[in-house]
Design a protein around this ligand. Sequence first.
Ligand code: 1GP
Length: 255
Amino acid sequence: MSFFYYIFDLKNRILNYLLENKGNGKKLLAVLIDPDSVSDEQQLADTCKMCNEGNADLILVGGSLITNGFFEQCVSLIKSHTKIPVLLFPGSVMQISKDADAILFLSLISGRNADLLIGKHVLSAPTLKQSNLEILPTGYMLIDGGNITSVSYISNTVPIPADKSAIAATTAMAGEMLGLKIIYMDAGSGAQFPIPAKLINAVRKNVSAPIFVGGGIRTPEAAKAACDAGADIVVVGNAIEKDPSLIAKLVAAIN
Ligand code: 1GP
């Protein structure tokens, strides 16, 4: 490997990690930490410990609405407790921390809210350019999970109906054609139902980008079903907040 390739490789460290695991058929677990749900530093340290012991692959940090002003401190504390890559999953332009490894640079392609397709990106671009964060251009797609979630309310967009696989597939295809490197399908945190296998599979058949699937996944069986349908990375937040010992069971189930 040439020196220049090596430099290029470092710049795309997380994307290459996702692509490599996708190529090897290894499924990944991403634990979502919502700073608003963290009550104190000890709870955060305990969650990180469970991520380490349970062999979680990625940690996502973010939330639709953060009211406790704990975001920056939360990211730096997580980094001090674990070597697992930390990816920002921002609900707003205020959720940027230079301490993370990468940012899911989300374009909400299931919606028609111009601000979330390009507007917020313009505002955050100068800050991101100056940071060392790896930028992961991500097509973010909300899928109806049976209830109105914070993300659909705050984003002021209508999710794709869960039985409209063709709409989801063509939306993901268009996102990939626009150059987005990752597709993230989300039923929203606390969704009543996770995204159906049929819809995940329709997207899988039509895009080669790594696919994140999250929202309403509460059991190892549901995580495995998402992976069997074509997800490369499953994201679990709420269920792990309630029972961090689930991490190890989720990792065991998907591989
Ligand atoms: C939400 O995909 C994540 O954006 C995780 O959802 O909290 O329901 O696991 P849950």
